[in-house]
Design a protein around this ligand. Structure first.
Ligand SMILES: [Fe+2]
Length: 287
């Protein structure tokens, strides 16, 4: 496992560091294609506009007066519904308009080798130093063409090494698949299959503050000991919580934000676009 590190400087010790998570954009090679009736390209763009509005990214003069400036954006997988170099390049071009480093990891719909071939090499990082206190570890729980997630032993060994190497950092671990059951039978059947091995590694490191993920297209929040677990809404369709079978929710797309305090505290919340994009088939039985 190669370690690709990015260091992001935060000079302001008086304010928390803001990180933004987006997930499950499900973009198509042809941007006019719809996913269960919803145009995922447009809904993704609407979420980008929302992030800009809420962080005044389009008006740098105002940045001094706002409470939080985004320092890092992470995308937790299922970037493409039809993975191709074109799809990924377009994703990264759109992310670039946020004018902050954007880091991605692979979801079950993605193809890692195509992601790695994109020209925007900056996005290919798995370790991010965020200010002097925080570290974000990006893991790959996906295997090409498999819906269910599973960490390779190489990936878990690499995670163990990183946790040993950074005993004094507050750590956030990010992955695509849900590492806990979320009480939706159909999604729990395709979560992280070797979650027990993953938690064994995490439990050995008291500096891990949070585990964050995508995949479930809904908000899920839990604690496990002192660790907080958060999922993020998709930038396109949402799945209904507590469902036995595939079920689409009426909530609009959104993103998650995190405020990382220097003492290890995290505040987090979700923000959604105000109007539901048109066209979604709420009676869909799956895809
Ligand atoms: Fe997804």
């Amino acid at each position: 496992m190669l370690t690709n590190m990015l260091s992001i400087v935060s000079n302001d010790q008086t304010r928390p560091i803001r990180m933004v998570q987006i997930t499950d954009t499900h973009l198509f090679e042809d941007p006019k294609t719809c996913f269960l009736g919803m145009n995922t390209e447009n809904s993704f763009q609407s979420v980008i506009e929302l992030i800009k509005q809420e962080h005044s990214l389009q008006n740098p003069k105002e940045q001094a007066s706002i409470v939080n400036t985004v320092l890092l954006i992470i995308a937790t997988g299922d970037i493409a519904q039809t993975p191709s170099a074109t799809t990924y390049a377009r994703f990264l071009d759109r992310m670039k308009t946020l004018e902050q480093p954007c880091i991605w990891l692979q979801g079950n719909h993605d193809l890692n080798h195509l992601l790695l071939e994109t020209p925007q090499q900056q996005a290919n990082k798995n370790l991010i130093e965020l200010g002097q206190q925080w570290l974000v570890i990006m893991l790959n729980s996906s295997n090409d063409h498999e819906t269910e997630g599973a960490f390779s032993s190489k990936e878990l060994n690499w995670l163990t090494e990183q946790l040993k190497s950074y005993p004094d950092r507050h750590i956030i671990v990010a992955l695509h698949h849900n590492p806990l059951k979320i009480n939706s039978t159909w999604l729990d059947q395709c979560g992280l299959s070797n979650a027990n091995e993953f938690w064994e590694v995490i439990d050995s490191a008291s500096q891990v503050k949070a585990v964050i993920h995508g995949h479930v297209h809904q908000v899920f929040e839990a604690t496990r000991g002192s660790i907080q677990i958060w999922s993020c809404p998709s930038t396109c369709i949402q799945f209904k919580p507590n469902s036995e079978t595939f079920s689409v929710d009426i909530l609009p797309p959104g993103y998650r934000w995190f405020d990382l305090y220097h003492d290890g505290r995290i505040e987090s919340g979700v923000s959604r676009i105000s109007r539901m994009p048109e066209g979604l088939d709420f009676n869909s039985q799956g895809y």
